[in-house]
Structures are given as C-alpha cells and as structure tokens.
Design a protein around this ligand. Structure first.
Ligand code: ATP
Ligand code: MG
Length: 260
C-alpha cells in the first residue's frame, strides 16, 4: 500500500453531496493530522452522519477529494458531472482501513463477539485466522470484554456491545477511526464505560473523527471541534475556542443550548 508516514491521516477537501434537490453537504473540508481527535457537532440534519458516510465511502460524494495516509482516492467525473470511484478495489481497501463505530453497534447477531472482531481482518484483509484471534483477544481484553468473547451480541448490554464494536474497528489497524454518536443509543449509566474506552484511544494518539452530542467529553478529548450548520463548516477550532469563545453566533447558540 502506498502510504506516506508524514502525510496527514485524512484530508477531505470540498465535499459536496446532494440527495435529489437537497444539497446536504455544501463543500466541507477537513484535515486530520495523525493523533488528531476531531469532534463534529451540530444540530440534527446538519449533515454530520452524511459527512462520516462520505469519508467511509458508504456514500459516494458528488464532488470532493480525499486522501488517506497520503494516498489519493481516485475518482473520475461522469457525464452527470458527479464523482465515481475509478477503482472500487481501492475504495474497498481504504474502507477496510477506516474503523467505523455506529450509534447502533451494527454487530453481526449470528456471530460471537470474537467472530465479529476477526471478520474483517480474516475475510477482507487476509490476515491469518490464528494471528487475528490473538490480536482480537488482546483488543477484547483492552476494552474489558475478554470474558465475553464467545457470547453472542444479544447477550451483552448496549455498553458492552459498543465496546465490542470498538474492538472490531481497532482490529483492522485503522488509519482513522470514525464514530457516529457512539453513546447516544445507550442508557445513561452505560455511557461512561464507552467514553472511558474512547478517551483511552485518544490518549494513545489514535486519529479519530467523532460525531457526538457529549459536549463536555468533546471539550475534554478533542484536538479540534467542527461545528456544522446546514451542510457547511460554520466554525472549526480548538475546543477552548469553539466551546469557550465561539466566533459564530449560531455556534454560540448551539453550544449554550447543549451545555445545560
Ligand atoms: N439516504 C438519504 N436520502 C435522502 N436524504 C437523506 C439521506 N441521508 C440523509 N438525508 C438527509 O440529509 C440531511 C442530513 O442528514 P444527516 O443524517 O447527515 O444529519 P445529522 O447531522 O447526522 O443529523 P442527526 O443529528 O439527526 O443524526 C437530512 O435532512 C436528511 O434527511
Ligand atoms: Mg447523524
């Protein structure tokens, strides 16, 4: 794989995405250096999940450029004027190196926790099964779930399922981890255990882009905070600025509403 160790982990430039006549992303740019933790905040419908889905190529943007660890994602422009991946193999390979953690966990219900964690390394990346198992076991221990490795997801609490899905995302050695509101489906008493795991990853220097409504957490762990408003970056900066002294009136209002 062509990777440049000095390149930013992620460069997203001028991403546009419409659904029909509705332009949901109106030219978003974001650079995450290695070790950056970028929190994405904004009201419902502002385009946060769509942005993450474009970064992960679950949605193909209409326009925009992407670079992951220095590797350009190659698009060609179709007759419709929109982007199309030049190589789906490249998209698949890059996607498998982006650890995505969803609000609703998205574990395979018919597989044990261990099987969930080794699925992508073994079947997508071609890692040897015994090597993947060894790594999965150490990641499950790290998120406090080694004793649940042979259980099925339905027998775990929401907090445990989310920690398992974090272990699954880590098992591909992700260039960037993408979180979409990882705690908003959890009972309040289970939020802390998941935030603790994510905080540990931030402290280890993992590169992360995280959509969250946990304002205090975002303020504590982020290197930068991006406030989206109607598909545009209304404000981006260090957490002390975005939360403490926002320049934009809309951002100020949003942060004030979320802080009590
Ligand atoms: N597949 C789709 N087809 C049509 N419209 C969509 C689709 N996905 C998202 N949208 C629209 O795009 C807009 C942005 O949605 P998105 O899910 O990105 O918002 P969000 O900021 O993540 O909101 P929330 O905080 O509620 O999760 C919304 O108006 C939504 O209805
Ligand atoms: Mg969303």
């Amino acid at each position: 794989m062509r990777t440049d160790t000095s390149a930013p982990a992620l460069v997203v430039n001028n991403v546009h995405k419409s659904y029909g006549a509705h332009e949901v992303l109106k030219g978003i740019s974001l650079t995450a250096e290695k070790g950056d933790v970028v929190s994405v905040i904004g009201s419902s419908g502002s385009g946060k999940s769509t942005l993450l889905r474009c970064i992960n190529f679950l949605e193909i943007p209409d326009q925009g450029t992407f670079q992951i660890n220095g590797e350009d994602v190659v698009f060609r422009i179709g007759r419709d004027g929109r982007c199309h991946p030049a190589s789906w193999r490249q998209i698949e390979r890059l996607r498998s190196g982006l650890g995505m953690v969803f609000q609703s966990f998205n574990l395979w219900p018919h597989m044990t926790i261990l099987q969930n964690v080794i699925e992508a390394p073994v079947h997508v990346l071609g890692v040897k099964r015994n090597v993947a198992i060894e790594k999965a076991d150490s990641l499950l221990a790290k998120v406090g779930l080694y004793d649940k490795r042979d259980a099925y997801p339905a027998f775990l609490s929401g907090g445990q399922q989310q920690r398992a899905s974090i272990a699954r995302a880590l098992c591909v050695d992700p260039a960037v981890m993408l979180f979409d509101e990882p705690t908003s489906a959890l009972d309040p008493e289970l939020v802390g255990e998941v935030l603790k795991v994510i905080r540990g990853l931030a402290e280890e220097g993992r590169t992360m882009v995280m959509v969250t409504h946990e304002m205090k957490f975002a303020r504590d762990v982020s290197t930068r905070v991006m406030f989206l408003h109607q598909g545009q970056v209304e404000e981006i900066g260090p957490p002390a600025q975005v939360f403490g002294a926002p320049k934009s009136a809309r951002c100020k209002e949003f942060v004030a509403a979320g802080s009590h």
